[in-house]
Ligand binder design. Structure first.
Ligand code: C2E
Ligand code: MG
Ligand code: MG
Ligand code: MG
Length: 274
């Protein structure tokens, strides 16, 4: 009896694994088709300056409008795209499309100072043609590099710190802005942060969400803001959902915000401009 049970368990395990592998393969193949078939869409979330209550720009957030599964968020496919190399053509599309859309808004609203933020993946960041691809996307859209923000994470630069500094220096020299995403969740070291050519730190939403809940997270938020100020960097608080969180952050000297409190990421027609 025990033997039977064991075998049965193995079969279940095996079958489960088989399905997982099959699904990954299916997604991989579907990704290529999705790009051709224009199933990817960008949603945009405004970034707001509280000093004068204006939108300064938008973060472009990728969605896959899957014919069967509906609207998929990046957690469902980015990792597979990253591991299969598909992230490179996909990332190029994100760059081009977000620049095209930004130009349209700049013209339509007469707001030529608006910027667009694009998330880069680790693979894209290692691409030796990243520079050219970024500048080409900007130029093709009729923008200048100062309208584009790239978002990178701590883990991406830690793999090759020296090389990363070079890439970022070169991009910034041309006018592209660099934001450090999800700050505080990686292996933050003050030593490397002070040497990293970034313009802005984005405080990770996990800290923002704990404001008012734990004293420690409040302290971390205050410390990040003070540190950024001393290093000459700006701060964006991401994931702001409530008036209370906003008020706390304002008191600590934060000026730039992004979160559901202002707007959820929305397709271009639903985007707020003020
Ligand atoms: P991220 O860059 O940190 O983007 C912020 C995420 O937090 C987004 O999730 C956004 O919808 C969510 N968010 C913003 N404000 C709030 C809030 O107030 N409350 C809550 N609950 N959530 C909020 P999303 O769109 O699912 O994207 C997840 C991650 O996927 C992004 O995190 C980014 O790392 C990655 N990603 C998105 N688009 C792209 C892309 O085009 N290329 C690459 N390589 N990665 C992307
Ligand atoms: Mg981001
Ligand atoms: Mg983030
Ligand atoms: Mg992120």
């Amino acid at each position: 009896k025990a033997k039977y049970k064991g075998k049965n368990r193995y079969e279940i395990y095996h079958r489960h694994l088989g399905i997982a592998v099959k699904e990954e393969l299916q997604i991989k193949q579907a990704l290529y088709y999705a790009l051709e078939n224009e199933e990817f869409v960008l949603f945009y979330q405004p970034q707001v300056c509280e000093n004068d209550s204006t939108v300064i720009g938008y973060e472009a957030l990728l969605r896959w409008s899957h014919p069967e599964y509906g609207l998929l968020t990046p957690d469902k496919f980015i990792e597979i795209a990253e591991n299969s190399g598909f992230i490179i053509p996909m990332g190029e599309w994100v760059l081009k499309e977000s620049c095209r859309q930004l130009k349209e808004w700049q013209e339509f609203y007469g707001r030529h100072e608006l910027k667009v933020s694009v998330n880069l993946s680790a693979q894209q960041f290692k691409d030796r043609y990243l520079d050219d691809k970024i500048l080409m996307a900007v130029e093709e859209a009729g923008l200048t590099p100062k309208h584009l923000v790239i978002e990178i994470t701590e883990s991406m630069v830690l793999e090759d710190f020296k090389g990363s500094v070079k890439v970022l220096d070169s991009l910034r020299k041309r006018g592209v802005e660099v934001h450090l995403d999800d700050f505080g969740t990686g292996y933050s070291s003050l030593n490397y942060l002070s040497k990293l050519p970034v313009d802005t730190i984005k405080i990770d939403k996990s800290f923002v969400w704990n404001i008012g809940k734990t004293e420690q997270d409040g302290a971390i938020v205050r410390a990040i803001i003070a540190m950024a100020e001393n290093l000459g960097m700006k701060v964006i608080a991401e994931g702001v959902e409530s008036k209370e969180q906003l008020e706390y952050l304002k008191q600590t000297g934060c000026h730039l915000y992004q979160g559901f409190y202002y707007s959820k990421p929305a397709p271009p027609v639903g985007v707020v401009v003020y």
